[in-house]
Design a protein around this ligand. Structure first.
Ligand SMILES: Cc1cc2nc3c(=O)[nH]c(=O)nc-3n(C[C@H](O)[C@H](O)[C@H](O)COP(=O)(O)O)c2cc1C
Length: 186
């Protein structure tokens, strides 16, 4: 079995290996203004209720928008709109209307006021489930209350950030190891 000769590595950069995927676009609305931010730091926390933890930096315009409205939509983009995903991460909604600037279509959600992004493969409507870690960690614990997912393809070409401007684009899938799983773990 292959082993690796490992070197010392800055602990502040381990995110390059552990960063969860895929990159998402978080849309929000507050006082009739819509906004979008790019997000990589999110994690699934529970199936039922469907909980997702999200880190939103205090300096982001979206921080107060989501904190105050207690809602947002997590949208999953694919590689086709990678330039928009980067552009949305490079700009702030305090200065521009990102739906307009990046030619994205806002669609009404069912359970929240924040809009879905039509150009994204999937959109998950979320409500703030627990705000107790926002002040300490900028961590928003959200509950997905409604999910919208495109019928095809089954495995979209999602974007996964490796840091330093490098994206991994979801590619090969295999069912080779499926039989190794305990059924309840599937
Ligand atoms: C690939 C990528 C991943 C990002 N991940 C996060 C994240 O997880 N949390 C965060 O607060 N900002 C993240 N950002 C930065 C925000 O998207 C960026 O600060 C954006 O300008 C915020 O927009 P806003 O000020 O309109 O809210 C990421 C940016 C990029 C390009």
């Amino acid at each position: 079995m292959k082993t690796y000769d490992k070197q010392d590595f800055p602990v502040s950069n381990v995110r390059r290996f552990l960063e969860p995927g895929p990159i998402v676009l978080v849309s929000s609305v507050w006082k009739d203004k819509m906004n979008i931010m790019t997000m990589g730091w999110h994690m699934i926390m529970e199936f039922e209720p469907s909980l997702v933890g999200c880190y939103i930096w205090t300096e982001n315009h979206s921080f107060e928008m989501v904190r105050r409205s207690k809602e947002c939509v997590i949208n999953v983009p694919t590689a086709e709109i990678a330039p928009k995903v980067v552009g949305i991460g490079n700009t702030t909604g305090s200065k521009i209307d990102k739906f307009n600037k990046f030619a994205l279509t806002a669609q009404p959600a069912v359970k929240v006021k924040a809009p879905l992004i039509a150009e994204c493969f999937a959109s998950f409507e979320c409500r703030l489930a627990d705000g107790s870690l926002i002040d300490k960690y900028s961590l928003f614990i959200l509950e997905v209350v409604k999910a919208h997912v495109a019928r095809a393809p089954n495995y979209p070409r999602t974007l996964h950030y490796r840091g330093d401007g490098i994206f991994m684009i979801a590619g090969t899938n295999t069912a080779r190891y499926r039989k190794l799983f305990r059924p309840e773990m599937l």
